[in-house]
Design a protein around this ligand. Structure first.
Ligand code: SF4
Length: 414
């Protein structure tokens, strides 16, 4: 692509507000960790964040830090330090990069905000709905820092959801309350929880609307924009700030649609991205695809932060429902049906499956799904080999060549 063409890519204005929100988030946590002014809970990305906020905790998400380690390309250098203490190079590279970061006392927060280290937790709270790695990850910190570890153990590989599953998870979330009360020293207040659940739901509704704006032709934004702008949905759901941010973003996306502004000029192909992002290669992939006239309009990954089942009137049960109905928790048949519905909405003409070496949980190419979906939808699929964070598993040259050939194939079929 010529430099002229690259220069025409329009930045989404709301990105500035997103950066400010993320900075405020980390500064608030840093201040609380240094002064002890608020209790801090570490939470897995699809853990019970609303409960923690509703009980007055500030919430920190190590997976978000893991993604930052990947995006800044610090991960590949740090992973071997976790390997050296027994954590295999084959397990989650968020986990290994994050533990390596702790061991080496290096964090991207220093360069971004002048913050020396991630905030020390008062409690670690996981939900195994996405994988077992998160539990082992937090268990390491529990031993290292002498901090209580609690969590929710979710049913996995679920087809239709059964009521006993929801009841079980709701009960597990409710049972966290007494321990969390001991840590905060405050009585649980159901109204504060309802407020957090309500804000989280509103965040989700807005986030969904933002993502679904990509159904417009041409699409006003891409998966690569969304992976950055989803930061507030991950770290700030359950807060007013997240709601305010997504109202601004949605208005901008609607305005783009109104004006016919395309994220990828001359959009010729619309793609679905299945699996994790390759954090250290977002820019390269985004530029290559834009150069080829291909816009990634939808992804399972960004959709994973839509929790609009949340209902403030049924806080525990609706949290259980939102965190159990999640794509990653479901069986193959459900996942195929889900992607089929995405196809109906976004009308993509190609699918890219990312086989992330260290995340089998979010790599859905391994049991024939791309082939089955390609036949069912009449849409070609490409699998690329790589990883979310460990760039030693990723060949840039190979991927570029494969993508080029794939887009040629789409051109021929167009
Ligand atoms: S789902 Fe994958 S990337 Fe996320 S924590 Fe688990 S193993 Fe890591």
């Amino acid at each position: 692509m010529s430099e002229d063409r690259k220069a025409q890519r329009r930045t989404i204005e709301a990105t500035k507000a997103c950066r400010r929100l993320m900075e405020d988030h980390f500064r608030e946590l840093d201040e609380a960790a240094r002064t002890g002014s608020r209790k801090i809970a570490w939470c897995t990305s699809v853990g019970p964040a609303e409960l923690l906020r509703g009980m007055g905790f500030l919430v920190y998400f190590p997976e978000n830090h893991g993604a930052m380690l990947g995006a800044t390309r610090m991960a590949t250098e740090l992973i071997p330090y976790a390997n050296a203490i027994g954590y295999s190079p084959d397990i989650c590279s968020y986990l290994t990069a994050d533990i390596g970061s702790y061991l080496r006392k290096k964090t991207p927060l220093t360069r971004a905000y002048g913050i020396e280290s991630v905030p020390r937790p008062d409690v670690l709270v996981f939900n195994t709905n996405q994988c077992r790695d998160v539990q082992d990850w937090f268990a390491w910190y529990a031993r290292e820092l002498g901090v209580p570890l609690v969590g929710v153990h979710t049913h996995r590989d679920i087809g239709p959801i059964r009521s006993f599953q929801i009841k079980d998870i709701a009960k597990q979330i409710e049972e966290l309350v007494p321990l969390l009360e001991e840590i905060t020293g405050e009585r649980f207040d159901i109204d504060r929880l309802k407020e957090a659940v309500g804000l989280s739901r509103r965040t989700s509704e807005l986030w969904r609307a933002c993502l679904e704006s990509a159904a417009a032709v041409p699409s006003p934004w891409t998966f690569f924009d969304a992976t950055i702008l989803m930061g507030p949905a991950v770290v700030a759901r359950g807060t007013r700030e997240a709601v305010d941010f997504y109202e601004v973003l949605l208005a901008e996306l609607k305005e783009r649609i109104h004006q016919g502004i395309a994220a990828v000029e001359g959009e010729r192909h619309r793609l679905y991205w299945e699996g994790m992002p390759v954090w250290g290669k977002l820019r390269a992939l985004s530029e290559q695809l834009a150069e080829l006239g291909a816009c990634v309009v939808a992804s399972t990954y960004c959709n994973s932060w839509i929790f609009d089942q949340l209902d403030p009137e049924r806080p525990f049960e609706s949290m259980a429902q939102a965190y159990t109905e999640l794509f990653i928790v479901r069986d193959e048949a459900y996942k195929e049906e889900y992607i089929t519905r995405c196809h109906e909405l976004f009308r993509f003409d190609g699918m890219i499956f990312h086989d992330a070496k260290t995340c089998p949980n979010n790599s859905n190419n391994r049991y024939g799904m791309p082939e089955r979906l390609a036949r069912k939808l009449g849409v070609p699929a490409l699998t690329i080999n790589g990883d979310l964070n460990d760039l030693r598993c990723y060949s840039e040259e190979q991927t570029r060549t494969n993508i080029e050939a794939f887009i040629e194939q789409l051109d021929e079929g167009a």
